[in-house]
Design a protein around this ligand. Structure first.
Ligand code: SF4
Ligand code: SF4
Length: 195
């Protein structure tokens, strides 16, 4: 197979797989360095099984199959600008179904990490940043605090009724919880920062 697209009788694209020697190794290697050997990008045969099972495909501008193909081709700008990176819910269905062991979810996580390091900023990166900071601070999430930091007072007021109902049913505490072993948690954070 070649990278050139052929069409069958009904206009379906039948030849999307890229030969190994036509792949942009710079990009493939970069994503593999970030995501580990498990992201076997070169093994993708463009079958589309990942996209077929993706739980958020309706909202994505690039399917997981296309994202993997673009990494193979080195279409880096399109990959980094794709909203799909931030819409992936890390449900791992694509990875569990991929017949070639490509692990598209890990490819997406690796590209996200690179995108953040390259300074890509959007609502999702802001949410991620706030989430991480709050976990670092308490070791456990306190939802009202997340809502206040992310959406401001107006978001808190909007959700106040729901929050009170959840608190009355014991589904959410009105006070921040404490973790049982802060020392072990701090050690885990330090280890993660070094890796
Ligand atoms: S399921 Fe695997 S082999 Fe098929 S397109 Fe997706 S990543 Fe490629
Ligand atoms: S991990 Fe992401 S890309 Fe894979 S099926 Fe779930 S939402 Fe789709």
């Amino acid at each position: 197979m070649t990278g050139k697209t052929r069409k069958c009788f009904f206009g379906l694209k039948v030849d999307r797989q890229l030969d190994g020697d036509k792949m942009n190794r710079t990009f493939v290697d970069r994503v593999m360095t970030e995501g580990g050997e498990g992201v076997a990008i070169a093994a993708c045969m463009q079958c589309g099984t990942c996209s077929g099972g993706c739980t958020n495909i309706d909202r994505m501008d690039l399917s997981p199959r296309t994202l993997v193909l673009m990494v193979q081709r080195g279409e880096w700008d399109k990959v980094l600008q794709s909203q799909s990176l931030w819409l992936c819910t890390s449900c791992y269905i694509c990875t569990s179904r991929c017949p070639r062991g490509v692990r598209p979810s890990d490819v997406i996580e690796a590209v996200k990490a690179i995108a953040i390091r390259q300074g890509i900023e959007n609502d999702s990166t802001r949410f991620n940043q706030i989430f991480v900071e709050l976990i670092q601070k308490r070791g456990i999430l306190f939802e009202p605090e997340l809502m206040q930091k992310y959406g401001g007072i107006s978001a808190m007021l909007e959700q106040a009724e729901l929050g009170i109902k959840l608190a009355l049913k014991g589904k959410m505490s009105p006070f921040p919880a404490k973790i049982q072993d802060p020392t072990t948690f701090s050690q885990a954070l330090e280890k993660a920062a070094q890796s």
